[in-house]
Design a protein around this ligand. Structure first.
Ligand code: NAD
Length: 261
């Protein structure tokens, strides 16, 4: 366990990939600040599970990351609860699918705010403390859509390409400070964000959820299986390790070969 005494703030960790990363960091000894939206009983259940499974402290902030003020509040709440932020995982994200001509302006603004600008505000707020202490890890959840595009996902693809830019700039600025900044680029992961797309496709095409699962993953990935939140969590733990101390500014694919094509 290499992350004992480290404090990890994982955004969008009430569900899906963020929860997988939070649990993996906790398993390696880090105290965890959860963030995201969910029913209070579900949040309490996940908090209690992490505490009892891994014996670490767990907090929660319901800060809304669609504004810079919300992101700063989240970092301040973490520092008030735990003293500092050693590991920042910018993971919260939303999706909306439509052609550009039909894409609602407010969906564009929301996706850019949550999937891209929140990472800027989070790094701005949390990295000075990491730099002062001489150790930090910043991990941005990008996507295969940070490297290649798909139709009907203009805001998401723009935000994910943008977060790779943020990752590279922050990595350069923080080089030689003990703080690394990297991006994980998953392919398909079966989470609520993707399940909604599968239900929408099944309704549109008159097919079943299971048929659309197979179709979706086969359309993009040579390897026709979903990556799991646990596998992404393991990659995040590696990026926090001593072995990864010279990996910085890197987009790291975990995508079943999607972007190898
Ligand atoms: P998810 O819907 O399961 O989780 C999203 C999380 O973000 C939830 O905890 C939600 O409450 C939180 N969130 C949403 N809006 C928020 C806001 N305004 N403020 C605070 N929290 C907010 O989705 P997921 O698939 O686990 O996605 C997590 C990240 O992984 C996203 O950035 C997504 O783009 C990325 N990603 C997902 C896939 C995939 O196939 N599922 C692939 C590549 C990248």
């Amino acid at each position: 366990m290499s992350l004992i005494d480290k404090i990890a703030l994982v955004t969008g960790s009430t569900s899906g990939i963020g929860l997988g990363i939070a649990r993996a960091l906790a398993a390696d000894g880090a105290a965890i600040m959860l963030n995201g939206f969910a029913a209070p009983t579900d949040i309490e259940r996940e908090k209690a599970a992490i505490m009892s499974d891994f014996g670490v402290k767990v907090g929660y902030t319901g800060a809304d990351l669609s504004t810079g003020a919300g992101v700063r509040q989240m970092v301040e709440e973490t520092e008030a609860a735990f003293g500092q932020v050693d590991i920042l995982v910018n993971n919260a994200g939303i999706q909306y699918v439509a052609d550009i001509v039909d894409f609602p302006d407010e969906k564009w603004d929301a996706i850019i705010a949550i999937n891209l600008s929140a990472a800027f505000h989070g790094i701005k707020a949390a990295s000075p403390g990491m730099k002062a202490r001489g150790w930090g890890r910043i991990i941005n959840t990008a996507s295969a859509h940070g490297l290649v595009a798909s139709a009907q996902k203009v805001a998401y693809v723009a935000a994910k390409h943008g977060i790779l830019g943020v990752t590279k700039v922050a990595a350069i600025e923080l080089a030689n400070t003990g703080v690394t900044v990297n991006a994980i680029c998953p392919g398909w992961v079966l989470t609520p964000l993707v399940e909604k797309q599968l239900h929408d496709r099944a309704a549109r095409n008159g097919t079943s959820f299971e048929q659309e699962k197979t179709a979706l993953v086969s359309e993009k990935q040579p390897m026709t299986q979903f990556t799991t939140p646990e596998q992404i969590g393991a990659l995040a733990v590696f990026l926090c390790s001593e072995a990864a101390k010279t990996i910085t500014g890197a987009p790291i694919s975990i995508d079943g070969g999607w972007t190898a094509q």
